[in-house]
Design a protein around this ligand. Structure first.
Ligand code: DGJ
Length: 740
């Protein structure tokens, strides 16, 4: 890993064993982009990469010169209106009404490690030898605004982390109306665009289309990263598949409004922009003030999508997630939500927990409904005090009873929300986000607290911290069940209202930071009506997130498969629930529900007392299995083998670091008859190791399994002697392979 600067050519080359990133100071002193991709040799001069020349209908920067136009050069942080017509990375509205900027190179620093981004989640190093950071300092001589562009290259992996900081050193206030985290100009457009989109209960479904001239974009304007789109896109070559070809993943470490966009111009250059959505964004910078963008991470892979995903997995698992739980296998939990909804008493909860304990569950989680006057979703949010008519001994008493069973206790909160029917709202009706003179829209009967205001965050913090100080709480599920509307803060002046969405998210991060610092052993799981805020920003504070409110095993195949393109298995909250399933009313076999949930944090979302003796026995075996293999499943190398977005069969596998153990999950949505022969070629094994299938006792070399494949043909297909012997639709199998 190195960052080299050539003083004569004023060229920067950042490289490690896998990637090179090259940029140069342009003739007008702005920064130009020359190359990002697979590692190439270092040279003193890469200026030949700066293609420019005369083109009709082009505007040129220098009078008398018809060769240098920003329209036709790749840039590091493009500005609109000074010969470049593409969408800009930055726009600064000045007092005189101008929106032009001209950020010119001043100096740079190269430092070991990686600086923190104040108040924002970001990747980090534990040791400064793990990464190097280049900070480019640019300045606009007219406004006095400085721009710092940060580039961190890690020693290992095709990773480049980027962000920008704008500071007002001028004498007049300005408004930032666009400040992206990353602008990446690529020399061609021969790419397919991958996005991960959906809606409530069908999050992160993979969508692929070819890049075309014009703009393709996804965004969120809902105040959270959203169920609809995830702040993550991939550009891959048309020939790239899971295991070969070029792919670049772009991920934003942020939980609020975002934009991910690729603009292809008519000369086939591609500009990727990633950052806070400029829609409605307007940040006032007074003289002396600065604005730091969130961090964006680019991962380049020369060996397909799977390698890109594994790079993201390791980075986000080890250098984004933090704290006690980062490297620890996650407790197997039983959550009461789908078991009881709002209908519970202390004794009923303890009965559920006792059965869970008998089956081997380690953590009992009390979900929504324990506080204030909450007996439905009409009341109580904001009153984080146990309801004595439900929990006579409070959270302290219930937590102790759960601990006495030999389990840990976890608790649900929805800190950012309030019901009008609550003591908090009655005391502070002006604490919600609402626009003067207009009615405030509700979502699920609730309103959004103005987390841009410190005193409100302080108040919620005190209520939550009191419970955590008094009761034995080992886990928190932090929910968020509506999008933001009428976004306006009564605490900010008119010309700062464009800051509220971002200030809100900073308030959420602040509360997370305070709670995780004061209670470092508590495991946090993020949630937003399932997967409405499943993003890297959350992972910095909560190492796992409830991936979706859809707990149906078959729906989960797509949700979890799509999630793995960016996020590690240890972050994917996944539970076994009852049948008929509460979201799609489907009946799937118990073993399939578990076989899907194993590839995640694992738990149960039901009352195990309601299962038959036989099913309870199966659950005990499932839990014993998960306890044995969770390290491997959650922290091993994960491979996608067959996609639910392509057909009837889904297959994936996890292999431990030593390559001595692997677990393969195979899932078939619909059964067929007299089916063709079928094999799945495995990945990530040692070709020379011999592996034994733990069920059949048969052994195979790694090279056999990876080249001939694992036979998955259905031995029962077409036989009628015993129709109960097979499972029909929604079947699945798990292959456990161990080195012999
Ligand atoms: C939405 C979550 O995703 C569910 O798991 C549950 O916690 C409910 N909210 C409770 O209101």
């Amino acid at each position: 890993m190195s960052i080299l600067f050539n003083e004569h050519t004023r060229t920067f080359h950042l490289f490690n064993d896998e990637i090179s990133y090259i940029m140069t100071v342009l003739p007008n002193e702005q920064m130009g982009q020359l190359y990002f991709g697979r590692r190439i040799h270092h040279k003193e001069d890469f200026s030949y990469l700066l293609e420019n020349g005369y083109r009709p209908m082009t505007s040129y920067v220098f009078e008398g010169d018809r060769s240098f136009s920003l329209e036709h050069v790749k840039q590091e942080y493009g500005v609109y209106g000074t010969t470049d017509y593409r969408r800009p990375a930055v726009e600064v509205l000045q007092e005189n009404g101008s929106r032009l900027s001209d950020f010119r190179y001043q100096s740079h620093t190269i430092t070991a490690g990686k600086p923190k981004l104040p108040g924002l989640p970001a990747t980090y190093t534990e040791n400064s030898s793990e990464a190097e950071t280049l900070t480019l300092l640019l300045e606009d001589p007219v406004t006095g605004i400085t721009l710092e562009l940060l580039y961190t290259i890690f020693e290992k992996g095709g990773i480049l982390a980027r962000s920008a900081k704008l500071a007002n050193h001028g004498e007049k206030s300005v408004h930032l109306t666009t400040a992206m985290s990353l602008c990446m100009d690529l020399p061609d457009c021969d790419y397919e665009w991958l996005q991960f989109s959906g809606a409530w209960a069908r999050e992160r479904h993979l969508k692929i289309r070819k890049l075309e001239q014009g703009i393709q974009a996804i965004d969120s304007r809902r105040g959270h990263s959203s169920h609809e789109h995830n702040p993550f896109i991939v550009l891959k070559r048309p020939y790239t598949n899971e295991f070969q070809g070029e792919a670049i993943g772009f991920s934003l470490i942020y939980s609020g409004n975002f934009l991910a966009q690729a603009e292809v111009d008519t000369h086939n250059m591609t500009r990727v922009l990633l950052g806070i959505s400029p829609e409605g964004f307007d940040w006032k910078l007074e003289p002396g003030e600065a604005f730091q963008t969130p961090e964006a991470v680019m991962v380049y892979s020369a060996s397909g999508l799977n390698q890109m995903s594994q790079t993201f997995h390791k980075l986000y698992q080890k250098r984004l997630a933090r704290g006690y739980w980062r490297d620890r296998a996650r407790p197997i939990l039983n959550n009461n939500w789908e078991a009881t909804y709002f209908d519970f008493t202390e004794d009923k909860l303890v009965k559920i927990a006792a059965k869970a304990k008998e089956c081997g569950v380690e953590l009992f989680v009390l979900d929504d409904g324990w506080f204030g006057e909450r007996s439905s979703d009409h009341a109580g949010l904001g009153d984080w005090i146990a309801n004595p008519s439900r929990l006579a001994n409070g959270i302290t008493g219930l937590a102790q009873r759960i601990e006495d069973l030999g389990m840990k206790f976890g608790l649900w909160f929805e800190p950012e929300m309030v019901n009008k029917d609550s003591n908090l709202y009655r005391a502070h009706p002006d604490w919600i986000l609402e626009t003067p003179g207009r009615s405030a829209s509700h979502g699920r009967n609730q309103f959004v607290l103005d987390f841009s205001r410190k005193e409100i965050v302080d108040c919620i913090y005190e209520m939550m911290a009191k419970i955590l100080r008094e009761a034995k709480v080992s886990y928190i599920k932090w929910d968020m069940n509506r999008s933001i509307t009428e976004c306006y803060s009564s605490a900010l002046p008119a010309d700062r209202q464009g800051e509220v969405f971002h200030r809100y998210i900073l308030g959420v991060y602040d509360l997370y930071e305070r709670l995780t610092s004061e209670f470092p052993h508590v495991l946090f799981e993020s949630c937003a009506s399932g997967g409405g805020r499943f993003d890297p920003g959350m992972l910095y504070y909560a190492p796992q997130g409830w991936a979706s409110d859809d707990s149906d095993a078959i729906e989960r195949l797509k949700i979890q498969y799509g999630t793995t393109y960016c996020y590690p298995i240890s972050s994917i909250g996944s539970h076994v629930s009852v049948i008929p399933n509460h979201q799609v009313f489907r009946k799937t076999p118990l073993h399939t529900r578990a076989n899907v949930a194993y590839f995640g944090t694992f738990g149960y979302e039901l009352d195990l007392n309601h299962l038959t003796q036989e099913e309870q026995k199966e659950v005990k075996e499932q839990i014993a299995f998960m306890k044995e293999y969770r390290e491997l499943l959650q922290f091993g190398n994960f491979y996608r083998l067959s996609s639910p977005f392509d057909g009837n069969i889904t297959c994936w596998m996890a292999v431990n670091e030593e390559q001595t153990q692997a677990v393969v999950g195979w899932y078939r949505v619909l059964c067929g008859v007299n089916l063709p022969y079928a094999r799945i070629r495995l990945q990530g094994l040692d070709p020379d190791f011999c592996y034994q299938d733990q069920e059949t006792g048969k052994s195979y070399f790694g090279d056999e399994l990876m080249n001939l494949g694992l036979i998955t043909s259905d031995p029962l297909s077409g036989q009628v002697e015993d129709p109960n012997a097979g499972y029909g639709d929604f079947d699945s199998r798990l292959f456990v392979l161990k080195r012999v």
